[in-house]
Ligand binder design. Sequence first.
Ligand code: F6R
Length: 324
Amino acid sequence: MARLNLLEETRFEKLPVTIFKNPKEASLSVAQRIATLIKEKQQQNLNAVLGLATGATPIAVYAELVRLHKEEGLSFKNVITFNLDEYYPMQPNAAQSYVTFMNENLFNHIDIDKNNVHIPDGTLNLEEIPAFCLAYERKIESVGGLDIQILGIGRTGHIGFNEPGSAPNSGTRLVTLDDLTRRDAARDFGGKSNVPTKAITMGIGTIFKAKEIILMAWNRKKASIIKKAVEGEISSEVPATYLQLSDNVEFILDQDAASGLTRFNTPWLVKDCVWTEELTRKAVIWLANKLNKPILKLTEDDFNNNGMAQLATEQGPVYNINIH
Ligand code: F6R
């Protein structure tokens, strides 16, 4: 019964979503999945191939992997990594480079062979980039493809640096960053004007080939883009919506990032509700906004046609609800 209810509740969601109480618990679970993969591969004498992301989102995952290495002996000797992206141009030893980020948050603290670490090269000449990108794709293929790809999501809906307008079959390439992405990065660079306008990123097609894709998001700031990515129509305007086409994707969210999903934001559309004063007020205001009508003009039919029949029946007539 509980499972059936959940199916109904999630009927607007077009890909699997798992919600944790907070980012910490979510991060521990993702780290655990990565550790399990690494150990399974070790038992078979195989490499584990990880696609990694930078940014604020995966930091606690990397911290837990470091802890598992230091305290529980998890070895990364059989691990090969490919990072999603790097700013262009970018010197690897610059404070804002993704090389520095990965070294500081993960690689410097584990026993990975640095020859097994791959991050797009921000120092190339423009004309060297296409060949580099092709070789990056080939290298991923030559080690058997990505076993797990970790993703964050930008407020533009980008995954990697695949900004709005990116094609679903795009490969590793040089791209131009969206203005919002550069604004979000401004703090790291001491002002937006210092943020590079370009980056080298794996494509959506590259990400798609991973055997498992885990997109993580925390924080209320991500709630609206998460709603679009999970419930919206597939469109190049929100590149993360392409993930709806994958059979191997899972979104791992904290409650704040999930708060825009229908089951939390407008729960009356997907289930019977306990009509507290707060929920009633929220629903009536939502209905008035949706229909662009003053609250006192909302009718019985308006309630019934917009998933609020339960409220009208339990606490109606609706005129009284509106007045209240
Ligand atoms: C980083 C990357 C980006 C970030 C995204 C979210 O390698 O590819 O797509 O995952 O911009 O960034 P944070 O985690 O800082 O919110």
